[in-house]
Design a protein around this ligand. Structure first.
Ligand code: HEC
Length: 441
């Protein structure tokens, strides 16, 4: 996770209480416009190519690129241009390479990889030299990009963000920064929804929202890996919905549950844009009419997996039989998963196996990419004593060193952080215990 941030500067924070912005404001842009339809394709691309780019790429690679995407993928001229950050001769060739790159796939998760037919369309077009097309692409028009818009059915009343807007240097392509923020903890509240507050779509790549046992002193310090003292509460990347907690539960915030949080923001400026600033953060809806249950986060997966040999692909499954010691708190209801591996992670799956042999999926990410760590909503999945939680991590160790479990850059992890209720008290079930006591094969 992220590094050693206990050593960092002072807490930058801003808390706006009682703000009255409307329900959807500030939480992201609208989707891209649909294609025009009817007229011959203005893109100069054959319709099948145009359709794939519209549906799978242009939510980021729009005419004015978003979320750190370095270039547009809209017209034939875009495909013929030289890539910004890639040694390929054309963007078209870079495109073919990245759609089948397991280490950093395009489109990134949560989008699924292109299927074989889509891959063949792009590969054949690029191999044919990307000829101009005056095809008429029919009347329907493109669907338009998904955009980063995130809506939430409540009015956020607490807004957490860095004290001063961040200024993106033009000469840094990639930055992971941590900001310590404090949410008001004077009276008991329940957090009922968490949404990203998206400011500058051009450079914002993703946002992690973590809870710390102590105030975190960090005002935009670099932090690549998350400290194991921190629990992941929510993670946003393009395509991720806001988190709305089930009606029966809220994350507690108050004198007994002080709101020490860290917002980790990943910025991407491959285009070298000059003078970009950002004031993105996290919006919370809270209530003082407490819900029946406290929600919490625990990590499934494993910490005891065998070392990952160099130049090899390794798959490990870590299993935990839910122990009878937690009986008083069970069954619990799971409403969110956050798969977490480091840079060698390629594939991730986490399931619950019931005693009758049936299997319920918590998270299935066939194209895991460290750069796109987002939370996946779960539809109130029950976990009972007697169930087995299985987490399967697949790593591709492309280095010449063996990798072990650990917090550092070169170390690896295999976790599924699940959000659930009712909270099992820490003395019964420290949040790391389910993975520390799992059996990994
Ligand atoms: C969720 C946003 C998003 C979507 C969707 C997406 N990309 Fe990207 N793309 C990025 C970002 C961010 C980068 C820059 C970081 C990187 O290279 O990973 C990038 C980089 C690339 C690059 C490398 C360009 C260079 O100069 O190095 C290629 C090629 C690419 N994308 C192709 C595609 C294609 C093709 C699709 C659709 C099939 C697609 N992308 C969908 C966000 C996206």
């Amino acid at each position: 996770m992220l590094l050693h941030a206990r050593t960092l500067g002072f807490a930058g924070l801003l808390v706006a209480l009682g703000c009255t912005e409307d329900v959807t404001s500030g939480t992201g842009g609208a989707g891209g416009a649909g294609g025009a339809g009817g007229a011959p394709s203005a893109s100069g691309l054959p319709c099948d190519v145009q359709e794939i780019l519209e549906q799978r790429c242009q939510s980021c690679h729009s005419a004015s690129p978003k979320f750190g995407a370095p270039m547009p993928l809209v017209t034939r001229a875009d495909l013929l241009a030289a890539p910004v950050a890639n040694s390929a001769a054309t963007v078209g060739e870079a495109t073919v390479a990245r759609v089948s790159d397991t280490a950093s796939p395009m489109p990134p998760p949560p989008s699924l990889p292109l299927d074989a037919a889509e891959l063949a369309v792009l590969e054949n077009y690029v191999a044919a030299g990307m000829p101009a097309s005056d095809e008429n692409c029919g009347g329907e028009g493109g669907a338009g990009g998904a955009g980063g818009g995130v809506t939430v059915n409540c009015v956020p009343d607490i807004s957490l963000k860095p004290a001063t807007p961040f200024e993106m240097p033009a000469d840094e392509a990639d930055l992971y920064l941590c900001f310590g923020v404090e949410a008001p903890s004077d009276i008991a509240r329940h957090i009922t929804a968490i949404a990203p507050k998206i400011d500058n779509e051009k450079i914002l790549h993703h946002i992690l929202f973590l809870q710390s046992p102590e105030p975190v002193i960090a005002n935009g310090e670099p932090c690549n890996f998350v400290n194991l003292d921190w629990k992941l509460v929510y993670a946003w990347g393009p395509g991720t919905p806001a988190l709305e907690l089930p009606q029966e539960a809220g994350f507690p915030l108050g004198p007994n549950d002080p709101g020490h949080y860290v917002i980790q923001i990943h910025y991407n400026n491959v285009q070298g844009l000059v003078g970009e600033t950002d004031a993105s953060g996290i919006d919370l809806c809270t209530t003082t009419e407490l819900r029946p249950n406290d929600a919490d986060v625990v990590a499934f997966g494993g910490t005891q997996f065998a070392p990952l040999p160099p130049n090899a692909t390794t798959e490990t499954t870590c299993s935990l039989d839910v122990p009878a010691t937690v009986e008083p708190f069970f069954p619990v209801t799971i409403f969110q998963s956050w798969p977490h591996m480091h840079q060698l992670g390629r594939k991730f799956e986490s399931v619950i196996e019931k005693s009758d042999g049936s299997v319920v999926t918590l998270a299935d990410v066939p194209n895991y990419d460290f750069e796109y760590q987002i939370t996946y909503p779960n539809d109130n999945i029950k976990l009972e004593v007697g169930d087995t939680v299985r987490t399967t991590c697949t790593w591709e160790n492309t280095t010449s060193e063996t990798a072990n479990f650990g917090e550092d850059t070169a170390d690896e992890m295999c976790f599924n952080f699940v959000s659930y209720y009712p909270r099992v008290t820490a003395s019964q079930w420290h949040w790391l215990l389910p993975s520390a006591s799992a059996d990994c094969q």
